[in-house]
Write a protein that binds this ligand. Structure first.
Ligand SMILES: [Zn+2]
Length: 339
């Protein structure tokens, strides 16, 4: 099945000397569901939603979502009966007034399993990010992130006792020590670093095949701002001194629980000093020219897969903010965004 051209996170006006327009169209963003936070503590209200005639359930397993494709791809809405545990409902929210619940197809106690796809099929979240319309793509990220959190947080982080679901799936509570636990998201900075002369810094992590590179990324540390994390991570992973980080866009990345904070940053190349990969983490880091990177973006397209390349550079997939930052830089001719 062909996939639509992925939207660009930059407006056409976002060329050198202008600021990036507010980005809204990254894959895995844009859910429009009402998360119904005001209803969640009311048992009667949740019971009413479970009995709602238009209530539906979305299914997902770790990293994959259940979709239907008629008349066009969308997350498969299934009836609640037989597909959800009514005593442990995970309410995603309200969709045009109709409640939407979530079911973990990997849960051994779940009513339906990953093998039971019915009229749908399981696709990876990465595939779904490009295949589904914008709001469905964002909803898929929410679904996978929330189910993943429940799957991995069954025990109290304070006392170790088994926890119970609360707030119709948006919290867990410890019956032993009364601690409340809420879905967590881990901030990660990801940054396109350019040298102002038409080159960007790319790295290859341990475990990646030869030729596969991406822009650098790393978790925000406790007590650190994202901007500080950009500078620290670039230094740690490449020994390059980056400065002037500029925020561009963000993207939920529930593999399993990250929020990618996309930045551009500047660095000055020092001809005498090459970037140095961090031992134990990176195999290679280096500056790549606009021509090298542009060539790799063209070669990646399905209809150009046999296009001869000047290099074997392979870039991240089009679902990722990494690729969108790279594509934005290529599209504006390798020029630096204004600060
Ligand atoms: Zn506890």
């Amino acid at each position: 099945m062909s996939t639509p051209d992925p939207p660009d996170i930059y407006s056409p006006a976002a060329t050198a000397g202008t600021r990036a327009a507010p980005p809204t169209t990254l894959p895995l963003t844009g859910a429009t569901i009402d998360r119904a936070s005001e209803l969640r503590d009311d048992h009667h209200e949740v019971k009413r939603l479970l009995d709602h005639p238009r209530a539906a359930v979305l299914g997902a397993s770790a990293g994959s979502v259940l979709i239907g494709e008629l008349p066009r791809p969308r997350l498969l809405r299934r009836p609640l009966a037989g597909n959800i545990n009514p005593h442990q409902p995970i309410l995603l929210g309200l969709e045009a007034g109709a409640p939407l619940f979530a079911a973990d197809l990997d849960d051994p106690e779940a009513q339906s399993q990953a093998s039971d796809t019915g009229l749908g099929r399981l696709v990876t979240l990465r595939e779904a990010g490009l295949l589904l319309p914008q709001a469905e793509s964002g909803l898929a990220a929410y679904l996978v992130a929330l189910l993943g959190w429940h799957r991995n947080h069954r025990f109290c982080a304070r006392c170790g006792s088994p926890t119970r679901m609360a707030q119709a799936g948006l919290a867990r509570r410890c019956p032993n020590c009364s601690a409340n636990h809420f879905p967590r998201t881990d901030p990660v900075v990801i940054m396109l670093v350019d040298d102002g002369a038409g080159n960007i810094l790319l790295g290859r992590r341990i475990g990646w095949e030869a030729g596969r590179f991406s822009i650098l990324a790393g978790y925000v540390a406790p007590g650190e701002t994202p901007e500080e994390a950009v500078v620290r991570e670039v230094d740690e992973e490449s020994a390059v001194r980056a400065h002037s980080p500029r925020y561009v866009a963000s993207q939920p990345w529930p593999f399993p629980a990250s929020l990618m904070l996309g930045y551009e940053a500047s660095a000055e190349t020092d001809g005498a000093k090459r970037p140095q990969p961090q031992p134990g983490e990176m195999i290679e880091v280096g500056w790549f020219s606009h021509e090298q990177v542009r060539e790799a973006t063209l070669r990646d397209r399905p209809d150009n897969s046999d296009r001869p390349g000047a290099s074997a550079l392979r870039l991240p997939g089009e679902v990722s903010i990494a690729r969108r930052l790279i594509d934005g830089w290529v599209a504006r001719g390798g020029r630096r965004l204004a600060r």
